[in-house]
Design a protein around this ligand. Structure first.
Ligand SMILES: *Cc1c(COP(=O)(O)O)cnc(C)c1O
Length: 390
């Protein structure tokens, strides 16, 4: 049998290890979902501001639509006939919000990360990435011609050593990090990274704000706004699919980088643009984003309450944000935790290798501003009761 690959036996192996993934069809009902006849609080969504779940916003948006502007397909790439006026409107608004020269929007955050690095990094480039960056960044680095190394998660000392040892060997170095890490919920030390960058003439910084855009900063621009270093970052990326409640990815950058990407970035060039309908919805929400501070503050209060209660109960705390992991250890333990909490009305899923390192399988609670403090209090009570039964 050895040497003969079989899909079925590979799936068997995943199943035995507790690492098999399956799709779960759900009905959505505001901050709740229905699954198997049970209504559960949705703790697995990235709708951090509760915008995607909110019916009133959709009603307001719909009132401005008619058969004239409700276009469901761009019918081509931006470079052919898919560059509708609304595209430029969204990009100018974004660039203005960041105070950057330009912005460029992509079909998704995944397109953004698999496309930008291969376009901007060549054989003369070293990409230095945090050990925990998202799979899409890793894929982008692999598709590029660049040399690649990683530093231990959040280890600024190791990053500094790498820059010291490598800056003379490469004509360019790109440091690639996330701002809020999707699985630990912790924040990057962007200011420290920017300070290191200033020591060398050939280092630029690429930051993926997927989990912070909309949520952090006074205007919701992300961790770069919160830490006050927007102008030191060369590529500020984000997704519209999480807190903004829409779809698409973006980079805020210089005018020349934008033009370079339009000419060199394959997922931008060779894929049909997002439908105008989606661009209109993004524009509708982006205009309101700076004014959504009350939602951001409510989310911060919910998050602090959950983190504080788990820490007080003796769980190790990694997070400083609205993404709160509960470490279970093994994959099968994380599955048991998820099953128990689902039975108690909380839709939470196990996150297992290879998404997280071996031995750190976990539940990942993702809070949204659509929840009430009572939801969080009840979650905590149920976690503590469940722990006694596990
Ligand atoms: C979700 C995510 C992406 C992908 O964004 P999509 O718009 O969902 O494709 C990219 N980077 C990070 C860090 C993410 O968490």
């Amino acid at each position: 049998m050895s040497g003969i690959f079989s899909f079925a036996s590979e799936l068997e192996r995943l199943h035995a290890a507790g690492d098999l993934r399956c799709l779960q069809p759900l009905e959505h009902d505001g901050p709740y979902v229905w699954h198997g006849g049970r209504k559960m609080l949705n703790l697995s969504s990235n709708d951090y501001l509760g915008l995607a779940a909110e019916r009133e916003l959709r009603e307001e948006f719909l009132a401005g639509l008619s058969a004239d502007n409700l276009l469901m397909s761009a019918s081509s790439s931006r470079l052919l006939s898919g560059d509708f006026p609304v595209c430029g409107e969204v990009e100018r608004l974004l660039a203005g919000m960041y105070g950057k020269e330009a912005a460029l929007v992509f079909n998704s955050g995944y397109h953004m990360n698999v496309g930008i690095l291969p376009a901007i990094a060549g054989k003369d480039t070293l990409v230095v990435a945090d050990k925990l960056v998202h799979a899409s960044l890793i894929d982008g680095i692999r598709l590029s011609q660049a040399a690649f190394c990683r530093f231990r998660h959040g280890d600024m000392g190791q990053l500094e050593k790498i820059l010291e040892q490598s800056h003379a060997k490469y004509s360019r170095i790109i440091v690639a990090v996330e701002s809020v890490y999707s699985m630990d919920g912790d924040k990057a030390a962007l200011l420290q990274i920017c300070a290191m960058k200033r020591r060398y003439g050939n280092v630029s910084v690429y930051v993926d704000e997927a989990h912070a855009f909309g949520v952090l900063g006074e205007k919701g621009l992300g961790l770069a706004e919160e830490q006050g270093c927007i102008h030191d970052l060369d590529y500020i990326c984000g997704t519209f699919g999480k807190a903004l409640g829409s779809v698409g990815g973006f980079v805020a950058c210089s005018r020349v980088v934008r033009e370079y990407l339009v000419n060199r970035m394959r997922p931008f060039i060779y894929s049909t643009a997002l439908p105008p309908l989606n661009w209109l919805w993004t524009l509708f929400l982006l205009r309101r984003l700076p004014g959504m501070d009350a939602r951001r503050r409510h989310l911060a209060a919910l998050s602090a309450a959950l983190r504080g209660a788990l820490q007080a109960a003796g769980f190790p705390s990694l997070s400083g944000t609205h993404i709160v992991p509960l470490l279970a250890g093994g994959s099968n333990a994380s599955i048991r935790w998820a099953e128990v909490l689902q039975r108690r009305g909380f839709y939470v899923l196990p996150v297992r290798p290879p998404t997280v390192p071996e031995g750190t399988a976990r539940l990942r609670f993702s809070l949204t501003a659509g929840m009430h403090m009572e939801n969080v209090n009840s979650l905590v009570r149920n976690i503590l009761e469940a722990r006694d039964g596990l």
